[in-house]
Structures are given as C-alpha cells and as structure tokens.
Ligand binder design. Structure first.
Ligand code: FUB
Length: 312
C-alpha cells in the first residue's frame, strides 16, 4: 500500500506543473479560496478562520471576523496584502456575528467588487439567514469600501460572480439549493428574478457554487455531502442560468475528516488549477482550515479529470 502511495505521489509530481507546497498559506488559517487573475498575478480571496473564545464567536463552530487577500506570480511565493474587510467596518453587518464566510472578488471596468456573506444586524428581515454584501476598490488589494446595505433580494451564503463574454454578470449563492440571478451593470443590484437551479442533487447541497466557462461550456461546480465530508462535483450547461447536467466528481470526499471543502477553478499562465481547503494545520478541529491548490486537467470532451490532493 505504501509503495502504491509513493508511486502516485511520484507520478503526480512529474505531471504537476507547480511544485505544490500545500497548504500554501502558512501565516494564518484560511478557507474557501476564490482565486482570480488580475493583470499578471494570481490573487486568492479566502475566508479567515480564527478560534472562537467565550464572548467571541461560538466555541466549536466557524469563527471569522475579517478577510485578507494574498497574491503570487509563481504560485510558490505568496504575499499577504493584509486585512481588506472586517465585520466592524461593514455598516449592515452584526459586529458580533463572526460569520464572514466564503467570499469572491471580480473586476469590472477597472473596479474590483468583493462579495461576502455575513449575518446582518437586521434580524427582523433576515432572521437567522445570511445577507450578501459588496465592497468596492480601485485595486485588487483594496482599500475596499463596503456598501451600506446588503444586496436586496438575496438571503444565503457563498456568493460567486461570473461575467459572461457578452458582459452580463451573474450572482450565484447557496441556501439549501443553488440560486442565480443576473446583476445590473453596477454590480450591486439584481437585474432579474432569482432562479433556483434545477436538476441538481436534492439533498446535501449546502454551499460553495463556483461557475466558469471554457470552450463555450458553462461549468457549475459545488461541494456535495452525502456522508460525512463534502465531495466536489460539477454539472455542465450551455447557459449561465442553466439548466446544467450533472457530469462528475472533481475531488473525492476526504477520508481524514474535514467536513467542508470549498473551491474555485481558474486558468493561470495556460494551466488550470483547483483551489480548495483542508484542515492540515488543525487535524483535530475541522473549522480551522488551510488553503491548498493543485493542477486540474480536462479531457478532450470537456469533462474534468479527478484531482488527487497533493499534500506537500
Ligand atoms: O467557511 C464557512 C463555510 O464553510 C463556507 O461558507 C462554506 O462554503 C464552508 O466552507
């Protein structure tokens, strides 16, 4: 068995274009990595796990109060550009929510739009649901200025924004199902009805949609839990609003007990990559996670080859 594992590790290090050094952010816990290419650098916008203490978050649960952004030109040397958004600086956020969950960031006409979910102050309207907000900057590293209100008509977590070739932007998010709506040119308001994406698994779809386009195919990718831990799966369609056809698995469930997995997929310098997370630096507590990356390849028919995690 050990020699089989060694063989797999040797083969993957030959075919991998990056000498993966997972986890690749080592100065803090990070999760839910959204990778984006801006100019000639790759930026990663992750969640920032911290440990809850009595009076600060809920002990034993996810605890996040802010976001950092990281960048690299070679996927080996990473720069931490520091804190970009914090719960105390978002006018509509509950400053004691500690729920700054999975974010995204996208560029449009020279502005950078950072999308994030968190618990709103307005519990009358939101109950226990999350809202999704936007913060805007002139550079990928900020400073980001949060809007005063969350996006109207959206309750849920894990925003993901995709801009199609015709310039139309779409916002995806989760709340039991995966939802999509068009965004206005201002990137701060919905421009359509909210659509529940059909033909996806009816159970175990909790979070983390990520959409990208390649060769005219639209890929809706997401974590799906059937047993204990999440498996990364995908569906393909010919329209960003679906319908999508369930197609396969990108990464199997983890056997080592990190309940969540959350990912993004991006092409950088002609190679595609999967960014995801695991609890490498916190094996006994799976809500203190660390981000990883591995190369990803497609078959000739557009299907995705399964990614085997590289641990070092
Ligand atoms: O990081 C908090 C939540 O855990 C995210 O929003 C989910 O996608 C899961 O990774």
């Amino acid at each position: 068995n050990q020699s089989l594992i060694l063989l797999i590790v040797m083969i993957s290090s030959i075919t991998t274009t990056v000498k993966a050094q997972n986890p690749f952010i080592r100065n803090q816990f990070t999760a839910d990595p959204t990778a984006r290419v801006f100019g000639d650098r790759l930026y990663v916008y992750p969640s920032h796990d911290i440990l809850a203490q009595p009076g600060k978050g809920r002990v034993g649960w996810f605890c996040m109060e802010d976001y950092h952004v990281f960048s690299s030109a070679n996927l080996t040397d990473w720069t931490d550009h520091g804190m970009i958004v914090s719960q105390t600086k978002v006018p509509w956020a509950n400053p004691a929510g500690y729920s700054m969950w999975a974010p995204d960031c996208i560029e449009r006409n020279g502005k950078y739009y950072f999308y994030f979910p968190t618990l709103p102050k307005d519990t009358l309207l939101y109950g226990r649901s999350f809202g999704i907000g936007v913060a805007v900057a002139d550079k990928p590293t900020g400073p980001f200025v949060p809007e005063t209100e969350p996006i109207k008509g959206v309750k849920g977590i894990d925003p993901n924004v995709f801009i199609d070739k015709d310039g139309q932007a779409y916002l995806y998010w989760s709340q039991g199902n995966i939802y999509v709506a068009k965004l206005k040119e201002n990137m701060r308001e919905l421009a359509s009805e909210v659509v529940t994406i059909p033909n996806l698994p009816t159970k175990g779809l909790k979070e983390g949609p990520f959409v990208f386009e390649r060769n005219g195919l639209y890929y809706l990718t997401f974590p799906h839990v059937e047993n204990k831990t999440e498996r990364l799966e995908y569906a393909i369609g010919d329209n960003p609003m679906g319908p999508f056809k369930m197609t396969g698995v990108i990464m199997d469930e983890s056997a080592t007990g990190c309940w969540t997995n959350h990912h993004s997929i991006i092409q950088y310098k002609k190679q595609w990559y999967l960014f995801y997370h695991h609890n490498d630096y916190s094996p006994k507590f799976d809500k203190a996670r660390s981000v990883r990356l591995d190369s990803l390849s497609f078959n000739a028919d557009g299907t995705i080859q399964k990614v085997i995690p590289t641990l070092r």
